[in-house]
Design a protein around this ligand. Structure first.
Ligand code: EPZ
Length: 422
């Protein structure tokens, strides 16, 4: 049943919000749980539809999962993997499903996964993942829309990534953890989610050094063991950034708890640049703003640059800033899907190749808009909090993929968002 948000502008958001576990950390860790034949428990797992999709996928391969007592804990037992093929239907729901390829190839010497299609933000190729598997000695076969990787044994190799791809870094790291010998992964991604995955793999017997730098060294081990390990997922830096912008756009005063300040530094720096106050303390991060915000230029880059996953949300803030801003999206080729909808709300934005030129306007106006993807949807919610008049947002299933009831969380801070069946 499709649902939509009815957003009534709310004035300043105030209060405190606890940040949940990171979607982009728990998805690769759930895939990595396939590497060990003993149970392991994950904590601080967010309740998101993407996480549910990954759980269903690993269960379709034979893994067993169950709630493990306290909220947000899940135990995975992959002792009995019965299939090495991920179904087209399940992978179609979640591109990150491609991350099961590395673990299956490492542990069983074979994996068959549908080539994930493109999505709203770009073609999303996986060539770097496959080049890494081939460098480790796997034979890669493409047929009928599936990719099959096979290898009797994987041998450690020196691999240089053409682009610091997050997914390729994760997939190759998971394949290399059981390979014979040492793998050196250079020009790899350094996102915090990479470090979380490496910490999980090391907690089940992996030997990985350098995660968080552009060179990761992996000493292959014969097998992994996870008897009773518990791994807590890092907080979601993109959820945190989204609430930081929510506080700024409504001229509010919001404190975020359970957040790692280091992980949101690029967003903090950009908010300060546009006249928003950000204070870090042991209690968390306080974001407040009682003046007009300024324009700023912004370029998305791999970590620690400004995150592409925060680009749309920040555009909503710049749309009502005084002056002209330029946003350049360097990571994905089509990540301005929110522009059309923001323009329907009165924003003045012009796209020129990979840049969006934003002329700040005094006010946006509420109307009917549609979410096209996860972060574009979040950007529309943020714009609606500030717009004059009521905004109706359809396609909110995109938002539920990466936020655990964004409507309820914002309402806790004073927003007025109704979720109704279309
Ligand atoms: C991860 O996607 C995140 N998803 C994305 O978050 C995030 O936007 C992205 O990293 C960048 O930070 C998860 O972690 C589940 P990439 P991923 O491989 O791994 C090109 C969200 O909103 N590329 O770093 O797919 C690719 O086309 C989502 O939470 C290749 O060319 O990102 C893109 O232009 C959206 N060949 C660039 O690299 C490859 O083999 C970055 O992609 C792989 C990637």
């Amino acid at each position: 049943m499709a649902e939509k948000f009815i957003v009534t502008p709310c004035g300043a958001l105030r209060g405190s919000i606890e940040i949940g576990g990171a979607k982009n950390a728990v998805l690769p860790v759930l895939a990595a749980a396939l590497l060990t034949e003993q149970p392991c428990t994950l904590q601080n797992v967010p309740s998101l539809s993407d996480v549910e999709s990954m759980r269903v996928l690993i269960e379709s391969l034979g893994a067993k999962t169950r709630a493990a007592g306290e909220k947000g804990s899940i135990t995975i037992d992959a002792s009995d993997v019965t299939s090495l093929e991920a179904s087209y239907e399940l992978v179609g729901k979640l591109r990150a499903s491609f991350l099961v390829m590395g673990p299956l190839l490492a542990r069983f010497g074979q994996a068959k996964v549908p080539l994930p299609g493109g999505c709203a933000i770009g073609s999303r190729p996986v060539d770097l993942h496959l080049k890494g598997f081939a460098a480790l000695g796997a034979d890669i076969d493409h047929s009928h829309g599936f990719v099959t990787a096979t290898a009797n044994t994987l041998k450690g190799a020196k691999i240089y990534l053409d682009f610091p791809s997050v997914g390729a870094t994760e997939n190759i790291m998971m394949a290399a953890v059981l390979a014979e010998g040492q793998t050196v992964l250079e020009n790899c991604a350094i996102e915090p989610e990479i470090v979380d995955l490496a910490n999980f793999l090391n907690s089940i017997g992996g030997k990985i050094r350098g995660a968080g730098t552009d060179t990761i060294k992996i000493e292959g081990v014969p097998r992994l063991h996870s008897q009773n390990i518990k791994h807590s997922i890092i907080p979601d830096r993109i959820e945190a950034g989204t609430f930081m912008v929510a506080a700024a756009i409504t001229r509010g005063d919001v404190t975020l708890t359970n957040v790692l300040a280091d992980h949101v530094k690029p967003v903090t720096a950009k908010l300060k640049e546009v006249n928003v106050s950000v204070e870090e303390s042991d209690d968390g991060i306080r974001v407040f703003c009682d003046t007009d915000t300024k324009a700023a230029d912004l370029k998305t880059l791999p970590y620690p640059g400004f995150p592409t996953d925060m680009q749309a949300q920040f555009m909503s803030l710049l749309a009502t800033a005084g002056g002209t801003s330029v946003i350049t999206e360097t990571v994905f080729e089509n990540r301005f899907m929110q522009v059309g909808e923001l323009k329907r709300m009165g924003a003045e934005i012009k796209i020129e190749s990979r840049s969006a030129i934003i002329e700040g306007v005094k006010n946006l106006t509420g109307t009917q808009v549609a979410a096209s993807d996860l972060r574009a949807g979040a950007a529309l919610v943020l714009a609606a909090l500030r717009a004059e008049g009521i905004t109706e947002i359809t396609g909110i299933h995109h938002i539920d993929r990466g936020y655990d009831r964004l409507d309820l969380q914002l309402n806790q801070l004073g927003a007025d968002i109704k979720r109704i069946i279309e």
